[in-house]
Design a protein around this ligand. Structure first.
Ligand code: NCD
Length: 306
């Protein structure tokens, strides 16, 4: 991969995605062996700049950078000069002036990472921007699929729930279709935007149709903070008509992987039985996330090391 920034999977080629996954798988194997000391980012600095809440994404980026030998600083937006009215571009210039190498940004506005990337010298990694993309989440989902199922090509992946507000669904749609998977989407009509077929998705009209014979079933968190009331009657009703329980899962391929980016609303997107069941890979996804972020950070920093 020879690019300054990672902003989304829409722009990446299948070869670049494969390169990230291959290196990610070797980092995951190393993590499983307890190896946490690498030198790919030795002498470099990484700053995380999160304008939205996060547990796993932020923590795994920070651990990934530390395991690669970088110095890591985490900016808490709530106590930074952002509260004094500093613009994103000016914050970026300030961080550049400190000779920082990488900024990982999460922002409620789609396009914010691109705006930052266009103005700073540092590498910019998108840790989730509004309803647009969350590339490292989709990469960790793909890494989990590749590890357990061998190859992404030809897989049938069902993604269910709040597609409209989900940057995870969008990045997965772009990435999975590039690698030759079939992506089926289902959710309430109010949460299924128009035009998804143009991006290669199969939009289904029932849960069963989406899940039938699938190799993997992904639930998405209901994005309560991103919607005005009225897209569906209640969480209980959502669970009843759009959630995945054991009965719905039984339509998938035997042993199909259950995925969810977290945080899960237990009993809404997925039943507790499915979350804690043998097919659930939700915790395994977290380790994949650490590994794939190590891969992305080390590939972006590559040219300076040469
Ligand atoms: C996702 C996010 O923030 O986009 N979570 C995550 O990164 N693990 C999904 C979500 O919050 O619903």
């Amino acid at each position: 991969m020879n690019r300054k920034d990672l902003l989304g999977l829409y722009d990446l080629s299948a070869e670049e995605i494969e390169e990230i996954l291959t290196l990610g798988l070797s980092y995951k194997a190393a993590l499983k062996r307890g190896e946490k000391e690498h030198s790919a980012l030795k002498g470099r600095s990484v700053i995380t700049l999160f304008y939205e809440n996060s547990t796993r994404t932020r923590t795994s980026f920070e651990l990934a950078a530390k395991f690669l030998g970088a110095k890591v600083v985490s900016i808490s937006v709530a106590t930074s000069s952002v509260q004094k009215g500093e613009t994103l571009v000016d914050t970026g210039k300030t961080l550049d002036a400190m000779k920082n190498d990488v900024i990982v940004i999460r922002h409620p506005m789609g396009g914010a990472p691109k705006l930052l990337a266009d103005t700073v010298k540092a590498h910019v990694v998108n840790g989730g921007d509004g309803m647009n993309e969350h590339p490292t989440q989709a990469l960790l989902d793909m890494l989990t699929l590749k590890e357990h199922l061998g190859s992404i090509k030809g897989l049938k992946v069902a993604i269910l729930g709040d597609i409209r507000h989900s940057r995870v669904a969008k990045s997965n749609l772009y990435g999975l279709t590039k690698l030759g998977a079939e992506v089926r989407l289902f959710g309430p009509k109010t949460l299924l935007p128009e035009g998804l077929e143009r991006e290669g998705a199969i939009v289904c009209s029932s849960r069963e149709e989406a899940v039938k014979g699938a190799d993997a079933v992904m639930g998405l968190r209901i994005q309560l903070e991103r919607q005005k009331a009225g897209n569906f009657p209640s969480l209980g009703e959502f669970a009843k008509y759009y959630g995945v329980d054991e009965q719905v899962l039984s339509h998938a391929k035997k042993g199909a992987l259950v995925l969810h980016p977290g945080p899960v609303n237990r009993g809404v997107e997925l039943s507790s039985g499915v979350i804690d069941g043998a097919q659930s890979h939700i915790e395994d996804q977290v380790l994949s996330g650490l590994a794939v972020r190590m891969s992305v950070l080390s590939l972006l920093g590559k040219e300076e090391r040469a």
